[in-house]
Design a protein around this ligand. Structure first.
Ligand code: NAD
Length: 435
């Protein structure tokens, strides 16, 4: 399958249904799931099985606030599918968390784990709250009560949370401690994304960016472009974006643009990424005022003429509005859902290789898996070993996906979904339906 020379290549991509007019990342994910199910000829029963979460839990979380008054928060945990192993997925704290979102994100985790061959099913959780207005003590109380309410479903062999939006290492430490108090023994493997001193893994912080770069290099190789000749634009300069930019820079690529919420920064001769990272760290994690490049808009960054575009900020950045103006040869999705389903078709027609989120940013969950393995072994790996094993798993996942794309003549995204759904469906058929 050629990504550069034959923009009108025949494809079995079907015209998307009307739901795609709603450019919502979760609807986009469901549309891709439906498409892959059709290719695999999933029967209606299997389609239903894989569309519906295995378990949905809603809990009321009462917290004694600093004011002395009780406030009750709504908490969720959804286990989408545990056919491949215990379920895994983040917990988010945000004012707009709701059950449908958590259900969709849980399914997303099932496919992500299956693509990279991590032996987990997918889950997600959240509490509807405004963490920015809460004290540390209130956050701790809320986290501990939520954990206590979910004791029956959590556990190293059952369901293993991780950080997500507005949750962090400290929140994972509180969950681990609460669970351990009830288990009457220290159970480090019940969460991942813990501080290293509590059983976290070396290399976890850089894992997602390292995974993005591993698949980007594999993609460049397929297109016959040398990394040290490639030009790269990166949207978002947080954990995923800055590490991806740094590792591409270390490969000798020219990083012509970076960005964050303050705007985008362009330098045709290449940006000094270590200097930009230093600047951002000393400037409250903002690139505002960075002088090593000219300021442009985030929209302009996306449309730059470059070999690699890494959207690593947020969802819905490339949609039918701007997809036709994208000039990158490879888009490696560091963020979740940065390309809408409508844009997929336009990018495919332009011959752009999109390395999908469920593959490109799965380095994080892969090293979370390593953290769980290390906790269970009680034996901790060097950072070099973590990175080596991560790179091996990401390369394998890229090659597996690429082979499926060639076999069915579909995009990398469609291939990743086909690979994941086929793996879960095949495992389920062999296990059978317990009645
Ligand atoms: P982060 O908060 O560390 O960084 C986000 C960056 O994006 C910041 O630099 C912010 O200023 C920038 N940003 C926000 N809105 C922007 C906009 N409109 N235009 C340009 N830049 C903007 O977050 P992160 O952990 O790096 O996560 C980024 C994305 O990657 C999210 O979609 C997240 O879900 C996804 N992801 C992260 C991980 C992980 O391990 N951190 C794993 C998988 C997926």
């Amino acid at each position: 399958m050629s990504y550069t020379s034959n923009p009108t290549k025949p494809s079995i991509y079907k015209e998307p249904g009307p739901i795609l007019d709603n450019e919502n990342p979760f609807e986009s994910m469901m549309e891709r799931f439906r498409f892959a199910s059709e290719i695999l000829n999933l029967d209606e029963g299997m389609f239903q099985y894989l569309s519906n979460p295995a378990k949905q839990v809603i809990v009321s979380v009462p917290v004694m606030m600093d004011s002395g008054k009780i406030q009750v928060f709504e908490g969720f945990r959804v286990l989408h599918n545990d056919v491949l192993g215990p379920t895994k997925g983040g917990i988010r704290y945000a004012p707009d968390v709701h059950l449908d979102e958590v259900k969709a994100l849980a399914a997303w985790m099932t496919w992500k784990c299956a693509v990279v061959n991590v032996p987990y099913g997918g889950a997600k959780g959240g509490i509807r709250c405004n963490p920015k207005e809460m004290s540390q003590r209130e956050l701790e109380s809320m986290t501990r009560r939520y954990t206590a309410s979910l004791l029956d479903i959590l556990g190293p062999e059952k369901d293993i949370p991780a950080p997500d939006m507005n949750t962090n290492e400290q929140v994972m430490a509180w969950i681990m401690d609460t669970y351990s108090m009830h288990a009457r023994s220290t159970q480090t493997a019940v969460v991942t994304g813990k501080p290293i001193i509590l059983g976290g893994s070396k290399g976890r912080k850089e894992a997602t960016g390292r995974g993005v770069v591993t698949v980007t290099l594999a993609g460049l190789n397929k297109l016959g472009i040398k990394a040290n000749k490639a030009t790269v634009a990166v949207q978002g300069f947080g954990n995923v974006g800055s590490i991806s930019a740094k590792l591409m820079y270390e490969q000798g690529s020219k990083i012509i643009a970076i960005s964050d919420i303050s705007g985008a920064y362009y330098n045709a001769s290449g940006i000094d990424i270590p200097a930009a990272m230093n600047y951002s760290a000393l400037n409250k994690n903002s690139l505002e005022g960075f002088t090593g490049a000219d300021k442009i808009s985030n929209e302009e960054l996306l449309e730059l003429d470059c070999d690699v575009l890494i959207p690593a900020a947020k969802e819905d950045q490339i949609s039918k509005k701007n997809a036709s103006r994208i000039r990158a040869k490879i888009i490696a999705e560091g963020a979740n859902g940065p390309v809408t389903a409508n844009a997929d078709k336009i990018l495919d027609e332009k011959g752009i290789m999109v390395i999908p989120d469920i593959l490109a940013n799965a380095g994080g969950v892969t090293v979370s898996y390593f953290e769980w393995v290390q906790d269970r072994q009680g034996y901790f790996w060097t950072e070099e070993r973590v990175n080596r094993r991560l790179i091996r798993m990401m390369r394998e996942a890229f090659e597996n996906t690429f082979a499926v794309a060639e076999k069915y003549n579909v995009t990398q995204r469609q291939a990743a979904y086909i690979l994941a759904i086929d793996k879960v469906a095949t495992t389920l058929r062999i296990r059978g339906i317990y009645a």
